[in-house]
Design a protein around this ligand. Structure first.
Ligand SMILES: [Zn+2]
Length: 290
């Protein structure tokens, strides 16, 4: 792949020294579930008498600020911590929280990829091999169900989507979903094709989210603002259009660069191209996974 400058993407997905000063803010999703924003992937947190249940943990230097925000909301260090996938902007706090006594739960591929270490070429991002408290201690291959704080929470794997390690979290009673990075709300999503991600799998994961939602569902995306069902439908439609057009160009034998030069997603750029990737960049990032 041609090396392309991804300044916006870098800011969103990697941690820079300047970000240590960044605050963690919280948004009420539906009591007692909150979304924590700030650098890195969105955190979901359920707080109650049975303990704190948290989804993802951003970057290690933010753990203190995250725990301070959770405390403000009446919680404490998570009893359970879910990793939606292995990327460092969602698992960077694992070691800190593992040391603080959290039980980390994830799809088996998350543990495998964290233990192996990984490199994301597109962002020049290297994750060294992790061990000990940084690794999930409970892993699953399909799904797992939690019962705490009056909630029934399903965590289920969606294959070959943003990576090969993705899970979606469904709070059945509260009607809230955390999609992990299968949804970037409002912009072209990163698909990690070097680690098993595919456009087809992103579409399938989004379809699965839609089957679980109604007009009242509140959806925490991996990146971007809180979403409703209508926004997820728009996102699904964008992905489907991209699959159709890029699939055609790929079948004609065009390379990623040649496909991008055809400007097949020019009409989608205004709505989806200003958060992370331009249409050209996005095509080159995901083309292997089309
Ligand atoms: Zn990710």
């Amino acid at each position: 792949m041609r090396l392309i400058p991804l300044i916006g993407a870098l800011a969103a997905l990697t941690f820079t020294a300047t970000a240590t000063a960044q605050q963690i803010d919280s948004v009420e999703v539906r009591d007692p579930i909150h979304m924590l924003t700030g650098k890195g992937g969105n955190i979901g947190v359920l707080i109650g008498e049975d303990g704190t249940f948290m989804i993802d943990d951003k970057f290690a230097p933010l753990t203190e600020a995250i725990l301070a925000e959770v405390e403000q909301l009446g919680g404490s260090a998570p009893t359970f911590l879910i990793n939606t996938h292995f990327h460092g902007d969602h698992t960077g706090g694992n070691e800190n929280l593992g040391d603080a006594g959290s039980t980390i739960v994830a799809h088996e591929k998350v543990r495998e990829r964290l233990a192996e270490g990984s490199e994301i070429e597109a962002f020049d991002m290297v994750m060294p091999p992790q061990s000990g408290a940084a690794l999930p201690v409970i892993t699953f291959s399909q799904d797992i169900r939690f019962h705490l704080n009056g909630e029934t929470i399903d965590v289920f794997h969606v294959p070959a989507a943003h990576t090969d390690s993705d899970s979606i979290v469904h709070f059945r009673d509260a009607n809230v979903i955390h999609t992990g990075d299968t949804v970037f709300n409002g912009f072209f999503p990163f698909i990690d094709t070097a680690h098993g991600g595919t456009l087809e799998g992103m579409i399938a994961a989004t379809e699965r989210v839609l089957t679980l939602t109604d007009d009242d569902t509140r959806i925490i995306p991996g990146h971007g603002p809180l979403a409703d069902r209508q926004q997820i439908q728009g996102y699904r439609d964008m992905l489907t259009t991209a699959r159709e057009r890029l699939g055609k160009l790929k079948a004609e034998g065009l390379s990623a660069e040649e496909a991008a030069a055809e400007q097949p997603l020019a009409d989608l750029e205004e709505e989806w191209g200003d958060g992370n990737f331009s249409a050209d960049q996005w095509i080159e990032i995901i083309y292997d996974g089309v």
